[in-house]
Design a protein around this ligand. Structure first.
Ligand SMILES: [Mg+2]
Length: 445
């Protein structure tokens, strides 16, 4: 021990031009360039130990998150890793409660995305120092130490530290068997790759057919721009995948509350398991109204990828506003805050089905959901993790999918390290990929 003082923090704006082929397009984000504010923590460890973390963005605005990361750096640089993890709750609170920076949050928006990027890098550093993949670091951790990473402020009316301790103690029963089971079979996944909103029907058909051949049984379709289009596309996908496979819908916040109920009722014949993000992510009572209205149709409400923090999740759970909790590894304040949401979901008996895709979200969130199964929920009923099949090639330890399931990662860390070459070539705007794209655009215009 004693090695690992953080000597420097570098953050870069890494963007992938996914909008060129409509990858990632949905009802509210027609042309995302999947991007990351990418953090590298340097240490004085003799072996050159480094921590890598990121948060996910859609292109423009990544430079704003980069600014916020730089504003937080003062809390991180010159800290010793051991010092941080000996009071991780205190460190989390220091970052999220900076007396001046919290005015531009608190615990939401750009500054919270930046917090996630920084803390993700610290968790990567910690897991690497222990020589374990992050999920295994969490699984092996004593319940008391796990709880010492969580800030329970503002959620004790829904979950106390004592209740969380009992959940983790109960989770010790059968833990070894569940770990062995996951190592053998992986964690079930679903695919969003087939039906982005901007894909023409022929492409959608081809992708569905390919996914079925690869063993996928759970599919998500983007909806919400045009009802007749949605009916046609849902019909097409349901016909392709057959009556037994699972279909989910995602509206990416497109509707008013009443509109959501009417629209989804018209899609009920395709038997979707859930409607994701039907309306504003801040509208807790609106989600509750939609949930209540759609329950008789057997359609649940899922949300979470733009839930600011544990307090919003708490209220969604208290208001019975959702049937599926979609945690995000880069929206919430890293592992620390995700742990509190996993524990609340367990208490309220709502399954967690993480949001993934983007850049690196699959790489990171797999660790959280694997931990959730082994140590918290102990169940795979109604549970699956999102998967999107692009940009993995830019990561040093990309996800491995086998039989439509996530294979638990083995490499030490949080799987958050990008290939050096990719981080350099796609850096905005100076990387060679962007230099070429920008000069081509200049020629056209
Ligand atoms: Mg979504």
């Amino acid at each position: 021990m004693g090695r690992g003082r953080i000597t420097g923090l570098a953050v870069s704006d890494v963007r992938f031009p996914t909008s060129l082929a409509h990858h990632g397009s949905d009802a509210m984000h027609p042309d995302p360039d999947y991007s990351a504010a990418y953090v590298v923590l340097e240490t004085d460890a003799p072996d050159g130990l480094k921590g890598y973390g990121l948060t996910f963005t859609l292109g423009k605005g990544t430079e704003v998150v980069v600014c916020a990361v730089n504003a937080l750096a003062v809390h991180v640089v010159n800290k010793d890793l051991d010092e941080i993890i000996s009071d991780f709750r205190g460190f989390y609170r220091q970052l999220t409660s900076d007396g001046q920076l919290r005015w531009i949050g608190p615990e939401k928006g750009v500054v919270h995305l930046a917090t996630a990027a920084v803390l993700n890098a610290i968790w990567d550093l910690w897991a690497k120092k222990e020589g374990k993949p992050l999920w295994k670091l969490l699984v092996d951790m004593d319940p008391k130490q796990l709880l010492s990473c969580i800030d329970f402020r503002y959620i004790t009316d829904a979950l106390t530290e004592e209740e969380a301790y009992i959940i983790l103690q109960n989770g010790l029963v059968g833990k070894t068997e569940r770990e062995e089971q996951l190592l053998k079979h992986g964690y079930p996944a679903y695919t969003t790759s087939c039906a982005w909103l901007g894909y023409p029907d022929q492409q959608l058909k081809q992708l569905c057919s390919d996914a079925l051949k690869d063993g996928w049984t759970r599919f998500k379709v983007k909806v919400g721009a045009d009802l007749q289009d949605d009916i046609r596309r849902c019909k097409l996908v349901r016909e392709m995948i057959g009556p037994e496979n699972i279909l989910m819908l995602d509206a990416n916040q497109r509707w008013e509350v009443e509109e959501a109920i009417e629209w989804v009722t018209k899609l009920a014949e395709f038997r979707p398991l859930w409607i994701e993000e039907p309306t504003s992510p801040d509208d807790i009572l609106g989600h509750a109204t939609i949930s209540k209205a759609l329950a008789p149709l057997g359609i649940g409400v899922a949300t979470g990828e733009q839930c600011h923090n544990r307090v919003i999740f708490k209220q969604l759970l208290q208001a019975k506003a959702l049937s599926y909790v979609q945690v995000d590894s880069c929206r919430l304040g890293s592992v620390n805050e995700n742990l509190s949401v996993l524990l609340m979901a367990k208490k309220f008996q709502i399954p967690v089905c993480p949001h993934a895709g983007g850049v690196g979200l699959c790489e990171l969130v797999q660790h959280l959901i694997i931990f959730d199964y082994i140590s918290v929920s102990g169940s795979l009923d109604n549970r699956m993790c999102e998967y999107v099949d692009h940009l993995h090639e830019h990561f040093k330890y990309p996800v491995v999918i086998r039989n439509a399931s996530y294979v638990p990662p083995k490499a030490p860390g949080y799987s958050s390290e990008m290939k050096e070459d990719s981080a350099r070539r796609y850096q905005f705007p100076q990387g060679e990929v962007w230099q070429k794209l920008l000069s081509d655009t200049a020629k056209i215009s």
